[in-house]
Design a protein around this ligand. Structure first.
Ligand code: PLP
Length: 355
């Protein structure tokens, strides 16, 4: 991109904020006054605009609705202790977004739109960021194909949008997990590493089957043997075995490279654990449980940060955990939240200042 992108700003007439209480807000239900929208066609991004949040008018033949070229990100911004506003590692989301775009044969989005546009949007709606403890602003950048033709081909035109949604603490009780041996989330050569809408759509049926029999989420296994562990629901998974913090490795392309995951690896090492990224099987997990060395199991992702797992069902084997006695996952969660809320020094440079 040669010229500096001009972001056109159309402010709202009257803020919706005064009608809302930012306490007890359900996740992803309320959106701020403004959104950022940009269009791609003829090989260039244009019409970069921050304007009032409003419905879109779309063609029923919209390519994204028929063939699924649709990707997104999830990021959080925080009002820090000193009143400043900062976003947690948006540079990593930016890289991942463009990786997803490339895999889905979509154009990449320039930094001036993704990062600078996001910064500008948050500045404009900064009053919406809840300052209550454990609250934040959830940021949802997404892109979808907008060609209005049913021919199967990569779309020539796309829309990129950023929405902001104020969010409260994610109340998560320890989860009961079903080890999935029939359905598959991701396979080598597929799209598991990309954050595309279809990955979520295809996970819903297996998850609802697990819910019918009393489980909260599934633990996905590999497509070939249903033996190697991948992710828990839509979160990365960690196992504390002895002094090791183990998480499935990324090289097969079946794991979404979570930013919570990569941050957790740094913090767990700092806490004195040996961090290991490797292929790990359910058999190894069951053996560790029998030997009494499987100490903690948890999920990691932006929405919930760290989610404890109190039960794992694999065939006739049920592994129960006394999450109340755990120390590692709660400390990891605390340390992550302290960094994100500016309670401790940001020694890794993870917080991206908005002002
Ligand atoms: C988004 C996502 C995660 C978590 O990634 P974060 O960057 O930590 O939020 C993990 N697994 C899947 C499948 C995801 O879509």
């Amino acid at each position: 991109m040669n010229a500096v992108l001009n972001i056109n700003i159309t402010p709202i007439v009257k803020s919706k904020l005064s009608d809302l209480s930012l306490e007890n807000i359900p996740f992803g239900k309320y959106f701020t006054d403004h959104m950022l929208v940009a269009d791609y066609s003829n090989g260039v991004w244009k019409n970069v605009e921050i304007k009032p949040y409003a419905p879109l008018m779309l063609e029923p033949s919209l390519a994204a609705l028929h063939y699924g070229q649709s990707i997104f990100e999830g990021i959080k911004a925080y009002k820090l202790h000193n009143g400043e506003v900062a976003i947690f590692r948006p540079d990593e989301n930016f890289k991942r977004f463009n990786l997803s775009a490339t895999r889905m044969q979509m154009p990449t989005v320039p930094e001036e739109i993704f990062i600078e546009g996001m910064r500008k949007l948050i500045q404009i709606d900064r009053e919406w960021i809840p300052s209550l403890p454990d609250h934040s602003m959830y940021i949802r950048p997404f892109m979808f194909a907008t060609d209005a033709v049913l021919g199967v081909k990569p779309s020539d035109s796309y829309k990129f949008i950023i929405l902001l949604s104020p969010t409260g603490p994610y109340f998560s009780t320890p989860m009961r997990i079903y080890v999935e041996e029939k359905y598959t989330r991701a396979v080598t050569g597929g799209v598991g590493f990309s954050k595309n809408a279809g990955n979520y759509g295809s996970s819903m049926y297996p998850t609802s089957l697990a819910k019918e029999i009393g489980y909260d989420q599934v633990l996905w296994t590999d497509a070939f043997e249903h033996k190697y562990l991948q992710e828990v629901g839509m979160m990365n998974v960690f196992f504390i075995i002895g002094n090791q913090a183990i998480t499935p490795s990324l090289e097969e392309g079946t794991i979404l490279s979570g930013i919570t995951r990569m941050s957790a690896l740094v913090i767990l090492a700092e806490m004195g654990l040996e961090v290991v990224e490797k292929k790990i099987s359910i058999d190894e997990l069951v053996a560790a449980h029998k030997a009494g060395t499987l100490r903690e199991v948890f999920g990691a992702g932006t929405a919930a940060t760290i989610s404890l797992i109190k039960e794992l069902k694999y065939q006739d084997e049920i592994m129960y955990f006394d999450t109340a006695s755990w120390t590692i996952a709660p400390e990891l969660k605390q340390r992550l939240n302290d960094i994100r809320q500016g309670k401790v020094a940001d020694k890794y440079g993870w917080m991206f200042k908005v002002d």
